[in-house]
Design a protein around this ligand. Sequence first.
Ligand code: GDP
Ligand code: ZN
Length: 336
Amino acid sequence: MGFTEASALQRCKEDAKSVTNCQNAASVQGVHALSELKMGIVLQARGGGHRVQDGDSIVSCHVRGKLKKDRLYTDLIATGDRVHWRPIRPGRGVIEQVLPRETQLSRLRPGPQRIPLEDVIVANPDQAVFIFAIRDPEPHLRLLDRLLVIAENNELPAIICANKIDLEDDERSAHDMFDLYEQIGYPVIYTSARTGQGVGQLKERLLGKLSVLSGPSGAGKSSLLNAIQPGLGLEVREISEVTGKGRHTTVSVRLWPLDGGGYVADTPGLREAGFFDIDPEELAWHFVEMRPYLSDCHFSSCTHTHEPGCAVKVAVEAGDISEERYDSYCRLLEGQ
Ligand code: GDP
Ligand code: ZN
């Protein structure tokens, strides 16, 4: 069981971003002069033992006591963290080091002395994939806008998947709904889990990356995951049913390894994520198409709602910014 140092390094080579991590691993191993220190990724952070991937099996790891003093204002270990760990007995290990996070999907909450504490939902995500159906259920694009703001706030590239394209007689109208997002720079993949259309394209986008998935239930996420990797969607759904709806804030997210490399994390609770860590003055920045206008408003503290000389409102009136997106902006600003 377990992968050797050589295969761990090989795995990392497949992931260009990890090359420096591997170099770190090598030097840490030099310091400890121990052969059994391994690289791993936390598939799920949880109190009773963090689930760390060890080749095809999973090891339950606790954290070396001295590490617990670090990272006072963020989670010590989060799903997606890359760690160096040491086996202690079959199926059990101890995490010796957590590598610095390159990216994160997180939210802030008020802590002692008003210093915000960070809840990390997923560490080291490469991208967010938002799955909506073009029909059944009707796409709720204001929800999509909300999710895109969360992605922008976390500086995560976002991809939109418009599923159930088979339900459209005239494919054009699905494009009418989502073209706007392509125009402002978000890739849109049109898929059908039923016919397989676009599934290969989606798979290609997921392979080798850590992707955070979200979207309304019923949009076809499980079906798409099953189409990409038989059984995966069923597994993901079973687990989210066991952990219970509405409790996603207390149950940590899991990573699901993809056969060809990469991971997906299902974050159904993301849409309920609060916005308290987004400064109202920053909100417009998270609407990417508003960015070029923000420095042209008359007032530097412009909220782009009622102020005279607002460049954003002029752009909306001229049709350069869509009214729907502007409406989403106003609703989010009001805390809706
Ligand atoms: P989830 O809640 O997002 O995981 O959605 P499911 O995968 O459970 O799909 C919800 C319903 O939509 C099921 O009845 C699926 O059979 C159906 N469905 C999923 N994908 C498609 C699709 O591409 N086309 C059509 N016509 N139905 C789909
Ligand atoms: Zn303005």
